[in-house]
Ligand binder design. Structure first.
Ligand SMILES: CC(C)(COP(=O)(O)OP(=O)(O)OC[C@H]1O[C@@H](n2cnc3c(N)ncnc32)[C@H](O)[C@@H]1OP(=O)(O)O)[C@@H](O)C(=O)NCCC(=O)NCCS
Length: 230
């Protein structure tokens, strides 16, 4: 694990453009989605922008000599977060990105269709999921920071923060095409929930000792991982 030239730290407002760029450059199931959006701000506006705005304590970045190259963001209570967005985030985006009529939407790249759809018809968190795993997260690293243990560290840091905030569990959604991310989540202690239309991974946070084991028997609770500075 080579973290010598990379460090984790809390998000600062000056990082926002980097978060948007990273979101765009990992938007295609972890690969660069730059050519798949007419407006380069669209994926960031939908998938990362609201988190530092509404949940700044749960936004962390990974930075090396080339700058900020990765982030993790989350929300402790997904239902409250949805309400916040419905009130204070989606209305402005719905004006900026009008919903295209179906015949126009069909001609757009699928990722752009999905992002526009998510603005106008946000995916509601299932009540049962929200009861057991109310928190959720998103993590994205540029290729230069991948495979160096940084993803594990970011997950551990966010989980630690969520535990401190009293969250009993966290979930995340993974696209069916992103097999690599699914393998990573399993390896760091998430369990895939069965019988869901979208691919959902979850982790109970209520008792660290009972946390799901990784495939190799290690715990996914990030024990021993340094916490980012407050
Ligand atoms: C997926 C992602 C977050 C993983 O982060 P990462 O820094 O590359 O992963 P790490 O190096 O921290 O790996 C942590 C552990 O998971 C293991 N791992 C990583 N990918 C794995 C995979 N596909 N299958 C099994 N294990 C995997 C590593 O071997 C490592 O094991 P160890 O700690 O026991 O030695 C990162 O690669 C990424 O951002 N990818 C592009 C964007 C993306 O797909 N985001 C997720 C959207 S849902």
């Amino acid at each position: 694990m080579d973290l010598a030239s990379a460090r984790l730290r809390r998000y600062q407002p000056a990082d926002l453009d980097d978060l948007y760029r990273i979101c765009l450059q990992t938007a295609d199931s972890g690969r660069d989605g730059t050519d798949l959006f007419d407006d380069a701000r669209l994926p960031g506006d939908v998938y990362v922008g609201p988190y530092p705005r509404f949940e700044p304590s749960l936004a962390l970045v990974a930075e090396d000599e080339a700058g900020v190259g990765g982030y993790i963001v989350g929300a402790p209570d997904s239902l409250t977060f949805e309400q916040d967005l419905e009130r204070d985030w989606w209305p402005a985006l719905r004006a900026r990105y009008p919903e295209p009529p179906p015949r126009v939407a069909r001609e757009l790249p699928v990722l752009q269709q999905n992002a526009l759809h998510d603005i106008h018809h946000p995916w509601p968190t299932d009540d049962e999921l929200a009861r057991d795993y109310p928190s959720h997260l998103h993590i994205n690293l540029l290729p230069r920071l991948q495979g160096r243990g940084i993803g594990r560290q970011l997950i551990a840091a966010l989980i630690s923060e969520l535990r401190d905030q009293g969250s009993p569990g966290v979930h995340l959604l993974v696209g069916h095409a992103n097999q690599r991310a699914a393998g990573f989540y399993r390896h760091v202690g998430f369990t895939e929930l069965p019988g869901t239309a979208v691919r959902i991974f979850a982790m109970s946070l209520s008792d660290p000792a009972d946390g799901p084991a990784c495939q190799d028997g290690q715990r996914g609770d990030g024990a021993g991982v340094p916490r980012p500075p407050r």
